[in-house]
Design a protein around this ligand. Structure first.
Ligand code: CO
Length: 298
Protein backbone atom coordinates (compact mmCIF):
# COMPACT_ATOMS: atom_id res chain seq x y z
CA UNK A 1 0.00 0.00 0.00
CA UNK A 2 2.86 2.29 0.86
CA UNK A 3 4.21 1.84 -2.66
CA UNK A 4 0.82 2.58 -4.14
CA UNK A 5 0.50 5.82 -2.25
CA UNK A 6 3.89 6.93 -3.46
CA UNK A 7 2.92 5.99 -6.99
CA UNK A 8 0.01 8.36 -6.76
CA UNK A 9 2.13 11.13 -5.37
CA UNK A 10 4.60 10.51 -8.15
CA UNK A 11 1.87 10.62 -10.74
CA UNK A 12 0.87 13.98 -9.37
CA UNK A 13 4.24 14.89 -10.72
CA UNK A 14 6.45 15.17 -7.85
CA UNK A 15 5.00 18.47 -7.52
CA UNK A 16 4.47 18.62 -3.87
CA UNK A 17 1.39 20.77 -3.53
CA UNK A 18 2.60 24.28 -3.67
CA UNK A 19 1.13 25.83 -0.61
CA UNK A 20 0.71 29.25 -2.00
CA UNK A 21 1.07 32.22 0.15
CA UNK A 22 -1.96 32.85 2.20
CA UNK A 23 0.51 34.23 4.64
CA UNK A 24 0.41 37.88 3.84
CA UNK A 25 2.87 40.11 2.12
CA UNK A 26 6.10 39.50 3.94
CA UNK A 27 9.31 38.83 2.08
CA UNK A 28 9.96 35.52 0.43
CA UNK A 29 13.26 33.78 0.99
CA UNK A 30 14.23 30.92 -1.33
CA UNK A 31 16.55 27.97 -0.88
CA UNK A 32 17.49 24.87 -2.84
CA UNK A 33 18.09 21.56 -1.16
CA UNK A 34 20.12 19.04 -3.11
CA UNK A 35 19.45 15.54 -1.84
CA UNK A 36 21.87 12.76 -2.63
CA UNK A 37 22.14 9.20 -1.42
CA UNK A 38 25.65 10.16 -0.34
CA UNK A 39 29.01 8.47 -0.49
CA UNK A 40 31.62 7.71 2.12
CA UNK A 41 34.37 7.30 -0.50
CA UNK A 42 36.24 10.65 -0.37
CA UNK A 43 37.37 10.58 -4.04
CA UNK A 44 33.79 9.89 -5.15
CA UNK A 45 32.44 12.92 -3.35
CA UNK A 46 33.51 15.30 -6.11
CA UNK A 47 30.66 14.00 -8.29
CA UNK A 48 28.12 15.29 -5.75
CA UNK A 49 30.08 18.50 -5.16
CA UNK A 50 30.13 19.12 -8.91
CA UNK A 51 26.33 19.09 -9.01
CA UNK A 52 26.12 21.34 -5.95
CA UNK A 53 28.61 23.79 -7.52
CA UNK A 54 26.70 23.81 -10.80
CA UNK A 55 23.47 24.72 -9.00
CA UNK A 56 25.21 27.42 -6.92
CA UNK A 57 26.71 28.93 -10.05
CA UNK A 58 23.39 28.91 -11.90
CA UNK A 59 21.47 30.50 -9.00
CA UNK A 60 23.94 32.88 -7.37
CA UNK A 61 21.39 34.60 -5.12
CA UNK A 62 19.90 31.41 -3.74
CA UNK A 63 21.04 29.50 -0.69
CA UNK A 64 21.99 25.97 -1.80
CA UNK A 65 22.16 23.19 0.81
CA UNK A 66 23.03 19.50 0.71
CA UNK A 67 21.41 16.54 2.47
CA UNK A 68 22.11 12.79 2.27
CA UNK A 69 19.44 10.10 2.48
CA UNK A 70 21.79 7.33 3.65
CA UNK A 71 22.05 7.33 7.44
CA UNK A 72 24.87 4.79 7.35
CA UNK A 73 26.92 7.09 5.15
CA UNK A 74 26.04 10.22 7.15
CA UNK A 75 27.16 8.57 10.38
CA UNK A 76 30.34 7.22 8.81
CA UNK A 77 31.32 10.65 7.48
CA UNK A 78 30.62 12.24 10.86
CA UNK A 79 32.73 9.65 12.65
CA UNK A 80 35.62 9.58 10.22
CA UNK A 81 35.76 13.17 8.98
CA UNK A 82 33.82 15.14 11.57
CA UNK A 83 31.52 16.46 8.84
CA UNK A 84 27.85 16.61 9.72
CA UNK A 85 25.55 16.26 6.71
CA UNK A 86 21.84 16.53 7.53
CA UNK A 87 19.01 14.22 6.55
CA UNK A 88 16.41 15.85 4.27
CA UNK A 89 14.11 16.44 7.24
CA UNK A 90 16.87 18.04 9.33
CA UNK A 91 17.84 20.26 6.41
CA UNK A 92 14.23 21.39 5.89
CA UNK A 93 13.78 22.07 9.60
CA UNK A 94 16.95 24.17 9.58
CA UNK A 95 15.79 26.13 6.53
CA UNK A 96 12.47 26.80 8.24
CA UNK A 97 14.28 27.94 11.36
CA UNK A 98 16.37 30.35 9.29
CA UNK A 99 13.26 31.95 7.83
CA UNK A 100 13.18 30.43 4.35
CA UNK A 101 9.70 30.44 2.80
CA UNK A 102 10.28 28.64 -0.53
CA UNK A 103 12.29 25.48 -1.04
CA UNK A 104 13.13 23.56 -4.18
CA UNK A 105 14.18 19.99 -3.45
CA UNK A 106 16.60 18.60 -6.01
CA UNK A 107 17.20 14.85 -5.76
CA UNK A 108 20.28 13.55 -7.55
CA UNK A 109 18.97 9.98 -7.62
CA UNK A 110 18.94 8.05 -10.88
CA UNK A 111 15.53 6.36 -10.58
CA UNK A 112 12.41 7.23 -8.56
CA UNK A 113 12.87 4.19 -6.31
CA UNK A 114 12.77 3.60 -2.57
CA UNK A 115 15.18 6.36 -1.62
CA UNK A 116 13.20 8.82 -3.68
CA UNK A 117 9.97 7.69 -1.98
CA UNK A 118 11.60 8.59 1.31
CA UNK A 119 12.28 12.11 0.06
CA UNK A 120 8.67 12.42 -1.12
CA UNK A 121 7.49 11.32 2.33
CA UNK A 122 9.53 14.03 4.02
CA UNK A 123 8.61 16.70 1.48
CA UNK A 124 4.90 15.83 1.70
CA UNK A 125 5.00 15.98 5.48
CA UNK A 126 6.59 19.42 5.38
CA UNK A 127 4.16 20.53 2.67
CA UNK A 128 1.27 19.52 4.95
CA UNK A 129 2.65 21.52 7.82
CA UNK A 130 0.85 24.80 8.31
CA UNK A 131 1.81 27.71 10.43
CA UNK A 132 5.18 28.87 11.52
CA UNK A 133 7.01 25.56 11.08
CA UNK A 134 5.82 25.08 7.51
CA UNK A 135 6.94 26.56 4.20
CA UNK A 136 4.87 28.61 1.80
CA UNK A 137 5.97 26.46 -1.06
CA UNK A 138 7.94 23.28 -1.62
CA UNK A 139 8.63 22.05 -5.12
CA UNK A 140 10.67 19.09 -6.25
CA UNK A 141 12.50 17.81 -9.32
CA UNK A 142 12.23 14.24 -10.57
CA UNK A 143 15.18 11.84 -10.71
CA UNK A 144 17.23 11.49 -13.90
CA UNK A 145 15.48 8.34 -15.18
CA UNK A 146 11.79 9.15 -14.81
CA UNK A 147 9.85 8.31 -17.92
CA UNK A 148 10.52 7.86 -21.61
CA UNK A 149 11.80 11.33 -22.43
CA UNK A 150 14.24 11.55 -19.55
CA UNK A 151 15.64 8.11 -20.45
CA UNK A 152 16.21 9.40 -23.98
CA UNK A 153 17.99 12.43 -22.56
CA UNK A 154 20.29 10.30 -20.39
CA UNK A 155 20.94 8.02 -23.40
CA UNK A 156 22.00 11.11 -25.35
CA UNK A 157 24.33 12.10 -22.52
CA UNK A 158 25.83 8.59 -22.47
CA UNK A 159 26.38 8.69 -26.24
CA UNK A 160 28.41 11.87 -25.80
CA UNK A 161 30.19 10.55 -22.73
CA UNK A 162 31.50 7.51 -24.61
CA UNK A 163 31.75 9.13 -28.02
CA UNK A 164 35.41 8.31 -28.62
CA UNK A 165 35.18 4.73 -27.28
CA UNK A 166 32.12 4.03 -29.47
CA UNK A 167 34.17 4.69 -32.60
CA UNK A 168 35.75 1.28 -32.11
CA UNK A 169 33.06 -1.12 -33.31
CA UNK A 170 34.41 -3.95 -31.16
CA UNK A 171 33.89 -2.00 -27.94
CA UNK A 172 30.87 -2.47 -25.68
CA UNK A 173 30.03 -0.17 -22.77
CA UNK A 174 28.92 -2.00 -19.63
CA UNK A 175 26.95 0.24 -17.29
CA UNK A 176 26.26 -0.72 -13.69
CA UNK A 177 23.12 0.80 -12.21
CA UNK A 178 22.16 0.29 -8.59
CA UNK A 179 18.76 -1.35 -9.01
CA UNK A 180 15.95 -1.91 -6.57
CA UNK A 181 14.35 -5.37 -6.43
CA UNK A 182 10.92 -4.55 -4.98
CA UNK A 183 10.03 -1.35 -6.78
CA UNK A 184 8.42 -0.67 -10.15
CA UNK A 185 10.91 2.13 -10.80
CA UNK A 186 13.49 -0.56 -11.54
CA UNK A 187 11.90 -0.76 -15.01
CA UNK A 188 13.57 2.55 -15.85
CA UNK A 189 16.80 0.66 -16.50
CA UNK A 190 15.12 -1.22 -19.34
CA UNK A 191 13.61 2.00 -20.62
CA UNK A 192 17.12 3.43 -20.73
CA UNK A 193 18.40 0.29 -22.47
CA UNK A 194 15.70 0.74 -25.11
CA UNK A 195 16.71 4.37 -25.64
CA UNK A 196 20.37 3.33 -25.94
CA UNK A 197 19.48 0.55 -28.38
CA UNK A 198 17.65 3.04 -30.56
CA UNK A 199 20.76 5.21 -30.72
CA UNK A 200 23.48 2.57 -30.84
CA UNK A 201 22.17 -0.98 -30.97
CA UNK A 202 24.43 -3.59 -29.40
CA UNK A 203 26.90 -1.12 -27.91
CA UNK A 204 25.55 -0.41 -24.42
CA UNK A 205 24.74 -3.08 -21.85
CA UNK A 206 22.86 -1.90 -18.78
CA UNK A 207 22.86 -4.06 -15.65
CA UNK A 208 22.25 -3.50 -11.96
CA UNK A 209 24.18 -4.55 -8.91
CA UNK A 210 21.15 -5.35 -6.76
CA UNK A 211 18.34 -6.24 -9.11
CA UNK A 212 17.47 -6.91 -12.72
CA UNK A 213 18.95 -6.83 -15.35
CA UNK A 214 21.72 -8.75 -13.58
CA UNK A 215 25.27 -9.36 -14.74
CA UNK A 216 24.01 -12.72 -16.10
CA UNK A 217 21.52 -10.84 -18.27
CA UNK A 218 24.32 -8.57 -19.43
CA UNK A 219 26.45 -11.59 -20.38
CA UNK A 220 23.58 -13.22 -22.31
CA UNK A 221 23.16 -9.98 -24.20
CA UNK A 222 26.89 -9.77 -24.88
CA UNK A 223 26.84 -13.32 -26.29
CA UNK A 224 24.17 -12.21 -28.74
CA UNK A 225 26.63 -9.55 -29.91
CA UNK A 226 29.79 -11.53 -30.74
CA UNK A 227 31.31 -8.54 -32.55
CA UNK A 228 31.89 -6.99 -29.10
CA UNK A 229 35.34 -8.07 -27.94
CA UNK A 230 36.48 -5.15 -25.77
CA UNK A 231 34.59 -3.86 -22.77
CA UNK A 232 34.50 -0.65 -20.80
CA UNK A 233 33.10 -0.83 -17.29
CA UNK A 234 31.45 2.27 -15.91
CA UNK A 235 28.95 3.15 -13.18
CA UNK A 236 25.43 4.25 -14.06
CA UNK A 237 25.38 6.07 -10.77
CA UNK A 238 26.01 9.64 -9.70
CA UNK A 239 29.11 8.65 -7.74
CA UNK A 240 31.80 6.09 -8.48
CA UNK A 241 31.73 4.90 -4.89
CA UNK A 242 31.83 1.53 -3.20
CA UNK A 243 29.71 -0.30 -5.81
CA UNK A 244 31.84 0.98 -8.69
CA UNK A 245 35.18 0.34 -6.97
CA UNK A 246 34.34 -3.13 -5.65
CA UNK A 247 31.23 -4.75 -7.15
CA UNK A 248 31.96 -3.47 -10.64
CA UNK A 249 35.71 -3.23 -10.96
CA UNK A 250 37.21 -4.93 -7.89
CA UNK A 251 40.35 -6.85 -8.90
CA UNK A 252 40.40 -8.99 -5.76
CA UNK A 253 36.71 -9.78 -5.58
CA UNK A 254 35.96 -12.98 -7.55
CA UNK A 255 32.32 -11.87 -7.75
CA UNK A 256 33.06 -8.46 -9.26
CA UNK A 257 31.70 -7.87 -12.75
CA UNK A 258 35.27 -7.42 -13.90
CA UNK A 259 36.20 -10.93 -12.83
CA UNK A 260 32.93 -12.52 -13.93
CA UNK A 261 33.40 -11.01 -17.40
CA UNK A 262 37.02 -12.22 -17.47
CA UNK A 263 35.80 -15.72 -16.63
CA UNK A 264 33.42 -15.41 -19.57
CA UNK A 265 36.32 -14.90 -21.91
CA UNK A 266 36.60 -11.11 -22.12
CA UNK A 267 40.26 -10.22 -21.85
CA UNK A 268 40.29 -6.63 -22.99
CA UNK A 269 38.43 -4.81 -20.24
CA UNK A 270 39.04 -1.24 -19.23
CA UNK A 271 37.49 0.81 -16.45
CA UNK A 272 35.97 4.24 -16.53
CA UNK A 273 35.20 4.78 -12.87
CA UNK A 274 33.86 8.29 -12.95
CA UNK A 275 30.53 9.17 -11.37
CA UNK A 276 27.85 10.59 -13.65
CA UNK A 277 27.71 13.59 -11.32
CA UNK A 278 31.07 14.65 -12.74
CA UNK A 279 29.64 14.78 -16.25
CA UNK A 280 28.94 18.36 -17.29
CA UNK A 281 25.96 17.25 -19.35
CA UNK A 282 24.38 15.59 -16.32
CA UNK A 283 24.88 18.82 -14.36
CA UNK A 284 23.31 20.67 -17.27
CA UNK A 285 20.33 18.30 -17.24
CA UNK A 286 19.87 18.87 -13.51
CA UNK A 287 19.78 22.64 -14.08
CA UNK A 288 17.27 22.17 -16.89
CA UNK A 289 14.99 20.25 -14.53
CA UNK A 290 15.13 23.06 -11.98
CA UNK A 291 14.28 25.69 -14.62
CA UNK A 292 11.44 23.49 -15.87
CA UNK A 293 9.83 23.69 -12.39
CA UNK A 294 9.71 27.48 -12.66
CA UNK A 295 8.17 27.28 -16.10
CA UNK A 296 5.52 24.85 -14.86
CA UNK A 297 4.64 27.47 -12.28
CA UNK A 298 4.00 30.27 -14.70
CO1 CO B 1 23.92 -0.12 -2.59
Amino acid sequence: MQKLISAFILAALIFIPSISSAKGNHETKSAMLIVSFGTSVPEARKAIDNLVDAVKKEFPGVDVRLAFTSNIIRRKILKEHGESIPTPSQALANLNDEGFTHVTIIPTHMIPGEEFDEIINVASAFADMRGKFGFEKISMCSPFLTGVKSCETVAEILMKRFESQLKDKETGIILMGHGTPEHFANAQYLQLQLALNQKAYGRFFVGTVESSPSIDDVISDLKRNPQIKKLILSPLMIVAGDHAQNDLAGEDDPESWLNILRKNGYKDISKYLVGLGEDKNMAHELLRKIHALDEADE
